[in-house]
Design a protein around this ligand. Structure first.
Ligand code: K7E
Ligand code: CUA
Length: 660
């Protein structure tokens, strides 16, 4: 999107001006047909047909919508702290945001990919990239919680990520920024051409547990990797990446990286990479990256720093990586459901090139190269090309597929979606977007079997679509019915944060497996309190552990005395409920981190260092019952040297606390 904004700058007058005056119907409401409301109306009490997972962009989260209603169902914190439930603040989840740079509580989340089995979404996991501090995350779709975050070494700007192969053999992570890697990274920026490298990491996904492992990394020239998609069917063994800045510029990329007529699509044969690894051709490099895993049994995350990555150098290891020229700084890199067509979308190109997997194979076999780039063969453009979609519109960015032989490409500059045929590359239909569309999503639209009923456009500019909200307007999505020959706009709905890519799938693939509560007898958190009679307060030096239970509508204990100013107080709250949708919250006055929200059967810990003496109320933050407002208590904090005895309890029958 960064470059798209730039584009907008360059073409501000021309493009935006033209869009607002010529593309927009005089009354935007006339773009809606009269039965649109019926098509998106999901009656109260009825469920939506699809889940739609939308990237949160600069808010670092993922939001979940129902389609076709556009109703917001949930926000899942991934790469950002989240006061709503204490993610990143609680002792159990802090480790999720650990990196080799320390605790990084924010990121820029662009791309989502659902896990696949045989090329179709299986409803198990959702993968998410972090663009700023390079990371990928795995979200568990049974709990809608972030289950794992893996940092990427030798990377900067993990944009070309986290796209998956058909069976999750790998998800990938390609660097947007090339940077110096290895031992010597403190070098002058103008030594870019000698010292800067790009990398693409292949991360394997354990088919049972989903656990991620950094399998290997390709060492690549200092170009910028933008987007990617895996091959499918016949092209199963291959992965395709769009690249820009083949000029190897390190300043004013707006101009300096737009010099060459063509940049590249990079084709990677990952099976070949596996052969090289088996033959011992990989080189182990010392690195440092965090691997954070949330354990559902202990309800606790842990962070490990890993130290090694296996690198493969395609300059030395031949027949593994090829470049294909692609016009004008390609952004989207999309593979059709058959696995035969690879679509590169050059942001500054006036056409859309479509490449053929079988032609690429022939070109490689018959050595139809036009030379090398940094030691990697460049296939002749015409040898790989099926054809070009002519006059599609301005600023092509991303393409999705409906599984019926059609492709849909977003046009950022001319603010439209263009539907074209994979058979003859002819434009079939175009529909305006309001305005400057980025990514598109069709449920299953980047898989082998799209559910081609709806298409959602994620727009960069909202202008006059919603009530004004100050200088920044609502981030916006638009829903189109694509079941007929003509695309039909049927709904506008705002999103949370700036949306980039999104994924959608039929609801029952997820809803049937949704966890309702955690079994208390399986709670292996070391600080669990099994029943109110086990509630206690334990002092260990200046650490005080409060083992506290929550059940409608009280805490045990709810009166605690003998805490001293400056103590490290850990409230380990166990929610004893065994019922769906009954979380309890916990907050204490003055706590500088957050509240915590504890799911039924879970234990969650809030750390608090009281700064002053006095009486501190505690209370439940989730309206859990008619007597929720009564779910409260007091903590007494005394001076550091005081001898107030440590006591705890309920109903004035306080008990002397244990001391270790
Ligand atoms: Cu917004 Cu996928 Cu980062 Cu295009 S990217 S829009
Ligand atoms: Cu528990 Cu309100």
């Amino acid at each position: 999107m960064y470059k798209d904004k730039l584009l907008l700058g360059i073409l501000a007058f021309l493009a935006l001006g033209a869009t607002l005056t010529s593309c927009k119907p005089r009354n935007a409401a006339t773009a809606i047909s009269s039965d649109a409301a019926q098509k998106v109306y999901v009656a109260p009490g009825k469920y939506d047909e699809f889940y739609n997972f939308v990237s949160g962009g600069f808010n670092g989260q993922v939001s979940v919508y129902g389609l076709p209603s556009g109703r917001l169902l949930k926000i899942i914190p991934v790469f950002s702290v989240f006061p709503e439930n204490g993610y990143g603040y609680s002792e159990e989840t802090k480790a999720m945001l650990n990196t080799s740079q320390g605790f990084v509580p924010w990121d820029d989340q662009h791309h989502l990919e659902l896990s696949q089995t045989n090329g179709s979404p299986d409803g198990r996991w959702l993968f998410a990239n972090a663009n700023n501090t390079p990371r990928v995350a795995r979200i568990d779709l049974a709990t809608f919680k972030t289950a794992e975050i893996l940092e990427l070494p030798n990377s900067a700007g993990n944009h070309s990520s986290p796209f998956t192969t058909e069976n999750g053999e790998y998800i990938v992570a390609g660097t947007r920024f090339s940077v110096p890697i290895g031992d010597k990274t403190d070098v002058p920026i103008n030594t870019y051409k000698q010292n800067f490298h790009g990398t693409v990491s292949f991360i394997s996904v354990d088919p049972q547990s989903g656990r991620l492992k950094l399998s290997f990394q390709l060492l690549l020239p200092g170009i910028n990797f933008d987007l990617s998609h895996a091959g499918k069917g016949p092209s199963h063994d291959w992965f395709f990446f769009s690249c820009y800045n083949t000029e190897l510029a390190h300043t004013l990329l707006e101009v300096n990286a737009s010099q060459r007529d063509k940049d590249f699509i990079m084709a990677v044969n990952w099976k070949k990479a596996e052969e090289y690894i088996k033959a011992g051709k990989g080189i182990k490099k010392q690195v440092s990256f965090a691997h954070n895993v949330y354990d559902e049994k202990t309800h606790t995350s842990s962070s490990t720093i890993e130290n090694e990555v296996l690198q493969l150098d395609p300059k030395v290891l031949k027949d593994m990586v090829y470049f294909i020229p692609c016009p004008k700084s390609p952004h989207g890199c999309d593979v059709d459901p058959s696995g035969e067509f690879i679509v590169g979308s050059g942001k500054l190109a006036a056409l859309i090139p479509v490449f053929s997997y079988s032609k690429i194979q022939k070109a490689i076999a018959s050595r139809q190269f036009e030379g090398e780039f940094e030691g990697i063969p460049v296939i002749k453009y015409e040898a790989a090309l099926v054809g070009e979609v002519q006059k599609p519109g301005l600023g092509p960015l991303h393409t999705e597929f409906d599984g019926k032989g059609n492709a849909y490409t977003s046009m950022f500059v001319s603010s439209e979606i263009v539907k074209w045929s994979l058979k003859d590359l002819k434009v079939l239909d175009r529909a305006p977007t309001y305005y400057s569309v980025g990514h598109l999503c069709i449920p299953g639209g980047d898989t082998k079997h799209p559910y081609g009923k709806y298409l959602i456009a994620y727009n960069k500019i909202t202008k006059d679509r919603y009530l004004p909200t100050g200088p920044e307007l609502a981030q916006s999505a638009q829903l189109y019915d694509i079941s007929g020959d003509k695309m039909e706009l049927i709904l506008d709905f705002p999103t949370v944060g700036e949306p980039h890519y999104a994924q959608a799938l039929p609801a029952d693939l997820i809803s049937k497996n949704s966890v309702k509560f955690f079994k208390i007898e399986e709670n292996k958190n070391p600080y669990v309190t099994m029943g109110e009679k086990n509630a206690k307060v334990v002092r260990e030096g200046n650490k005080v552990h409060v083992y506290i239970t929550a059940i409608r509508s009280h805490f045990v204990p709810d009166n605690i005395e003998g805490i001293k100013k400056g103590d490290d107080v850990y409230f380990h709250v166990t929610n004893l409920e065994q019922d769906w949708d009954i979380p309890h919250g916990f907050a204490v006055k003055g706590a500088p981190n957050a509240e915590i929200l504890i799911m039924p059967g879970e234990t969650c810990t809030l750390k608090w260092i009281p700064a002053k003496e006095g009486i501190y109320p505690i209370y439940c933050t989730d309206f859990c019952s008619a007597l929720h407002q009564e779910m409260q208590g007091y903590v007494r904090v005394s001076a550091a040297g005081s001898n107030t005895p440590l006591t705890f309890g309920t109903n004035s029958d306080t008990t002397a606390a244990g001391t270790k």
